[in-house]
Design a protein around this ligand. Structure first.
Ligand code: PSU
Ligand code: MN
Length: 304
């Protein structure tokens, strides 16, 4: 499988020495945030991973090559093409992008798959996909991937534009342990909680590392979801966040927006409706999650 992967030098070196590495996704760059904030945030997220003591590996597909660890120029190249023709690559799209020699941005599902091929356990993002409001059959491939690929995803829960109780149910069906990192309740992306319980609260990196090791020893092939509330100073008022999410979901229905285009459209609309407050929360939580994932990767590397 390795001959399909192209590693950056720092990532290759870190993996060869069993050093801590954190994977980062690229759909958030091309479809989740506007330019130039997308590039700034991607670079700040990499810096947050380094500050936490790990090597960042941003993952994307460049001219059909699965690339593990992007250079600053490659992040800038993808970032400038936000909203344009870069393929959003979930599990179904990976082979297509490779076969056709395309550029592709990996979603949570796509990044988990490539991270696992590369031997990377930790992956940080903002919010995973889930079940769309009013569309119980639009279930993100992220949830299925968490059920069948043993990678630990650090996020602020699922995006609040989704049906969170339904998303929670599907995670249970898929056999995914949902950890609250320093919290008893599932965070709601821009807001700190949605009132739903997590499966276990763990308060430090060593606790999460112990859970990952237990999952490995048991031979379970499912992933782990570690949920981290957005930093208090950047998070949104839960009522404002909810009102914007509900309105955006209603408008998307009226406009007939669906499928893979849904999430990018909804996120963009919520930024408009909240006059940029959701964007501020999104960039802050992405960085925070990068740091937390790095600290867990360090604890896991120590315990090996
Ligand atoms: N988190 C963010 N912004 C994003 C995403 C996550 O803060 O843009 C992306 C992820 O790549 C996730 C995708 O996998 O949205 C979900 O899309 P869908 O609902 O179509 O599966
Ligand atoms: Mn979908």
């Amino acid at each position: 499988m390795h001959d399909m992967l192209r590693f950056s030098f720092p990532v290759q070196e870190a993996l060869a020495g069993d050093g801590p590495v954190v994977a980062l996704e690229s759909t958030v760059i091309t479809h989740g945030l506007p330019y130039p904030q997308n590039v700034e945030t991607a670079l700040m997220m990499e810096a947050a991973v380094r500050a936490g003591g790990a090597t960042p590996a941003t993952i994307a597909i460049l001219s059909g090559r699965l690339t593990v660890g992007l250079t600053t120029d490659e992040i800038e190249y993808l970032g400038q093409r936000a909203g344009q023709s870069v393929r959003k690559c979930s599990r179904r799209d990976l082979a297509i992008a490779v076969a056709c020699g395309e550029d592709g941005a990996t979603t949570v599902a796509g990044t988990m798959l490539v991270a696992h091929m590369a031997g990377i356990e930790l992956f940080a993002t903002g919010g995973i996909g889930g079940v769309h409001r009013g569309h119980p059959f639009d279930v993100s491939a992220d949830l299925r991937e968490l059920g069948r690929t043993p990678v630990t995803v650090v996020s602020s829960g699922a995006k609040s534009i989704l049906d969170l109780p339904a998303t929670r149910e599907v995670l249970e069906t898929e056999g995914v342990s949902v950890v609250g990192y320093g919290t008893d309740e599932l965070p709601a992306f821009f807001a700190q909680t949605c009132g739903l319980p997590v499966d276990v609260r763990l308060d430090d990196p060593a606790g999460v590392a112990a859970l990952i090791r237990a999952r490995r020893r048991l031979g379970l092939n499912s992933g782990t979801l570690v949920t981290v509330p957005a930093p208090a100073e950047a998070c949104m008022d839960p009522e404002e966040a909810e009102a914007a999410a509900a309105r955006a979901a209603r408008e998307a229905d009226e406009l007939g927006i669906h499928g893979a285009a849904s999430t990018p459209w909804l996120l963009r609309r919520v930024v408009e409706l909240t006059e940029g407050r959701s964007l501020r929360a999104n960039t802050a939580l992405l960085q925070n999650n990068g740091r937390v994932a790095a600290e867990i990767a360090v604890a896991l590397a120590k315990a090996l």
